[in-house]
Every structure is written in C-alpha cells, then in structure tokens.
Design a protein. Structure first.
Length: 393
C-alpha cells in the first residue's frame, strides 16, 4: 500500500514555524512566500524583515508591480556585494511574474536568483513574495536546496471538513477565535460564527471587525458588525447543491446586493451577469456530480467517481466535492440537473429570472441537516454508497 502523503501544515502553523526558526539566529538563505492569502504572506514578511534587522543587514526592497520597477537593478543587486553592511536582505514583492519563461528560456531574474542561491560565497538573505509560484518551480527548489524555506500560504477554508458539518469548525472560524483570544476580545462561538458569516473570509476585514468589537461597551455583536460579506456565485452554487438552504439564501441575497470581486479585484454588480455566472457554476458542478453519481451507481469506487467528475486534485476542490456528494443519493442528482435545465430554458425563452428564482430553487433542493449521514472511511463502491458519498434515499 502506498504511503499517504504527510499533511501540509496550515498557513498559520507554517508562519509560526518560520518565526521560531528566524528567532534562533541568522536568517535563512532564502524564504519563498507562495499562496493566495495575503494576510499570512504579510505576516511572514514581517518576521523575515525583523530577522534581517536583528542581523544588521542592509535591506533592499523591490516590487515587480511598481511602474518604476527595473529588473536590471534587481539582477545587479543579486550579484553585487552590499555597500553598507556585511550582508544584504533583498525583498522582492509580487515576484511570480518575474520567473515566467520567455520563448522557452529562463528569465534574466530567474537566472540571477538561481546564481545567487547556488553561490555560497555570496552572503545575503533573499525574500520572495510570489503568490502564484508553484512549489515545483526551479527557484523554489533551489531556495530549499540552499537551506532556505518555502511556505505555501493558501487562503483558509471557510467550509467545514468533510467529516464534520459544524460551520464552527472551519479554518476561518478557528483563525477568528484564536485571533480574538490573542487580542483579549470576548467572543462566543455563535457571535464568532455571525462575524465570520457577515464579514466573509477576508482576514483583513475580519481583523477590522475584531478591532470594532474591541471598543464594544454594550449592545450586541450584530449591532456593531453590519452584514458586508459579498457572495460568490461559486460558493452560492456549492451551498445550493449541498442543500444548505440558509447559507444559500444568505449568499444569494449578498451576491445580488453587493456583487462579487474576482481575483483581479474587479467587482461585478450587473445582475444579469451575476445570474449567468451563478447558473454556469451550477451547471458545471451538477455535470460533475451527475458523472460521479453514474460511476457510483454502476459499481465504481470513490477514486473512479472523483476522476469521472473532473474534480481538480487540490484539497479544497476535493473537500467541496466530497461534501456535495454526501448530501444526496446518487440517483437524486439527475433530478437537480433537470430542474436547472428547466430554469435555463425559461430564461432563454425570455422569461424573467432573478434572485427569487434562485432562492426558490434553493428551497426546492434543501436537505435537512439531520438527514446527513456520519461519514466513515470509504472503500469500494459498495461502501461508498453508504459512507462517504451516501445520503438517505
């Protein structure tokens, strides 16, 4: 039997480990900060800069997104000795774009970074803030080989784990309650759940909400924290398909009231566009669920079902897929697909379709919380039907 891959430490654990390592002496040769959670990347960067200052390093900062950024200046700095100190700390923000190949060749920055990391005679500490850099990129591998560290600082999960549907046990909730304790802000589990749901999973916004609560002298948490979480069409689709009616309706309301921001920061508020994106998300997720259900019904095992669904391999997608499939019996998914097809036909015929229709669909698709089965370790298909992907019929 193949050994299970060790669990990657959570983003918070990785930053804490970095801080502990840096506090023990001179900084590492390099630290690469990957992942899309800016809160953790900024926290890790703060620890790295503190370590550089303690070591009396000369600090140079570069930002690839700055209009005045000059790649030649960065490559020169990587190759030249420091002017005013024994060693230099070079910080490069938004660095991922600098490592893209040009016509199949390594970029000049990639070559300079690799040269810096391989040259043991060149002293210095390199900190790369590179959100989209892959763990198997040559720069990341070279940093680790040189004695440096690579941190994968993903966004925290705002859905509960597959083995426990309690919304109080999401990673975002754990972060929020830990942060509240750290700041000595009393917060009951129910109040914490409201803050997380009303604010969203942006850690900066959650911390700002805690700051407001730190000045609380009376009244309720709901009175101080207004609902500001914009919905996501993809989250709304996921909640609807899992039959979580309360979260579905709240998400639909937030989505059509506040719009949603994509990764570029652009906010979409056009209701027609929001509806089209949400219907598209439902269609794609339903197609995957129906394909998986067909495999399960014909005796396939869980891994075959996952493969048939086309679900990406990363953990977040797998967990969402598992929660979704556990919500309903395999034969139920085709009925949902027919419901959605009818709604889309009505839309194409010129009928008015809006948030109310999505709410009605969410109510039609609701699954009672008490009907969700307790999961066990899945085996072959016969076990899968009554365990990981099972539900009452």
């Amino acid at each position: 039997m193949a050994q299970r891959k060790p669990r990657e430490a959570s983003p918070g654990e990785q930053v804490a480990s970095l801080a502990a390592t840096l506090s023990q002496g001179a900084p590492q040769r390099a630290v690469v900060l990957r992942g899309d959670e800016r809160w953790f990347r900024e926290d890790a960067l703060r620890h790295a800069l503190d370590a550089a200052r303690r070591a009396a390093m000369e600090i140079e900062k570069y930002d690839a997104s700055d209009p005045d950024f000059n790649a030649r200046s960065l490559t020169d700095a990587l190759l030249a000795p420091p002017m005013f100190a024994a060693a230099r700390c070079i910080v490069v923000r938004n660095a991922a774009a600098l490592f893209k190949k040009d016509a199949g060749n390594e970029s000049s920055v990639t070559r300079a970074v690799l040269g810096f990391l391989k040259d043991a005679d060149t002293s210095g500490f390199l900190v790369l803030d590179a959100e989209g850099l892959r763990a198997d990129h040559a720069v990341v591998k070279a940093a680790v080989a040189a004695g440096g560290l690579s941190l994968g600082l993903r966004r925290l999960y705002d859905s509960p784990p597959p083995w426990d549907n309690d919304p109080r046990k999401t990673e975002v909730m754990q972060w929020l309650t830990a942060r509240a304790r750290e700041r000595k802000i009393p917060l009951t589990p129910d109040d914490a759940l409201y803050v997380a749901t009303a604010t969203g999973n942006d850690l900066y916004q959650l911390d700002a909400a805690l700051e407001r609560l730190s000045h609380k002298t009376g009244g309720s948490v709901k009175g101080m924290i207004a609902w500001s979480a914009a919905g996501s069409p993809f989250d709304v689709a996921e909640f609807m398909l899992r039959g979580e009616v309360a979260r579905s309706v709240a998400g639909i309301e937030a989505l059509f009231k506040l719009g949603f921001a994509d990764k570029s920061g652009e906010r979409e508020i056009d209701r027609g566009a929001l509806l089209a994106i949400t219907l598209g998300a439902l269609r794609n997720k339903l197609r995957a669920s129906v394909a998986a259900a067909r495999v399960i019904e014909h005796g396939g095992d869980v891994e075959s079902a996952v493969a048939a669904s086309g679900t990406p391999a990363y953990a977040k997608a797998r967990e969402e897929f598992t929660l979704r499939m556990r919500a309903r019996a395999p034969r139920a998914w085709r009925g949902l697909q027919e419901d959605l097809a009818e709604l889309e036909r009505r839309t194409r015929r010129g009928g008015t379709t809006d948030a109310n229709d999505l709410c009605a669909l969410a109510l039609r698709w609701r699954v009672a919380a008490g009907a969700r089965p307790a999961p066990v370790v899945p085996g072959r298909a016969s076990a899968a039907r009554t365990s990981r992907f099972s539900s009452p019929r």
